[in-house]
Ligand binder design. Structure first.
Ligand code: ADP
Length: 261
């Protein structure tokens, strides 16, 4: 019988993963990890088999954003040559933060990218429809290594309406272009604040640049996520908000749309 050709440079843990999606931003603090985590859980709610990989060694967010009962890493029972992913509400997760027990990763780029490559490739993701990678901010060693070693289906770029963020988004799109990864959509986070008293959408950071991004780079979809108290409260508590907020909420519907693209 013919065996399937190995992909992702033969990385064992990734052989059963059908699609890999990168969630990226060039700037930190724009809400990239929040989008990555909630996108993964929205996909799970749609009935898909999903995993999330936090590729940020220097500031891993995943251990704060989800709160699994067991956050300890062990060898996988079915294949002891691989690490068992952490499970949380039906989604498989991996982050350097689970291995480092809160210690900082003080290491040079080539060592860091090698470590990230091993961590993603030696995790037993199993058979999976979508693996979401929460990319670290920037366009450095880790990002390039992941882009070169792993077949990424598409990138979701997260930004905020400010010009500073826009300038960096362009760099991110150009990096994915050079890695032959298409940018599927732009998510403009902290797009507006909807006042509960007057129901007006206040554009606190201005009108944003998503239209320019779509026309200049041929990106099909864009989404707007408002500034909401619940978003930061819930991620601080370790609960992805799409799991608890009602499906009728516009925010949750927006995430479902991002997940369905
Ligand atoms: P990044 O991954 O880009 O560094 P994070 O996802 O860690 O950003 O988000 C930074 C902080 O902003 C977190 O505390 C998060 O809860 C908060 N945050 C993100 N998006 C929103 C939003 N739309 N409304 C309110 N707070 C948000």
């Amino acid at each position: 019988a013919q065996t399937a050709k190995p992909t992702h440079q033969g990385k064992k843990g990734l052989q059963g993963v059908k699609n890999i999606i990168a969630v990226s931003s060039c700037k930190g603090g724009v809400g990239k990890s929040t989008v990555a985590v909630n996108l993964a859980f929205s996909m799970y709610k749609l009935g898909l088999r999903v995993g999330i990989f936090d590729a940020d060694l220097y500031g891993p967010s995943l251990p704060t954003m989800i709160s699994p009962d067991i956050a300890q890493l062990y060898a996988d029972e079915t294949d002891p040559s691989l690490i068992a992913p952490i499970e949380f509400n039906g989604v498989k997760a991996m982050s350097y933060g689970f291995a480092s027990q809160g210690k900082s990763a003080i290491m040079r780029g080539p060592i860091a990218s090698n470590l990230v490559s091993q961590l993603i490739g030696n995790t037993n993701w199993g058979d999976m429809d979508y693996l979401v990678i929460d990319f670290p901010p920037g366009t450095g060693d880790i990002q390039i290594t992941l882009g070169q070693e792993i077949t990424i289906k598409g990138a979701v770029i997260v930004t905020t309406p400010q010009k500073l963020s826009y300038v960096d988004v362009v760099k991110g799109i150009e990096m994915f272009d050079s890695l032959k990864v298409p940018t599927i959509s732009v998510v403009e986070n902290m797009s507006y604040y909807k006042c509960t008293n007057c129901e007006t959408k206040h554009k606190i950071y201005g009108l944003g640049y998503t239209n320019q991004l779509k026309t200049n780079f041929g990106i099909k979809n864009s989404f707007e996520i408002p500034i909401m108290e619940e978003i930061s409260q819930m991620s601080d508590q370790g609960t992805p908000f799409v799991l608890t907020l009602p499906d009728s909420l516009e925010l949750v519907q927006t995430y479902n749309q991002i997940a369905r693209q």
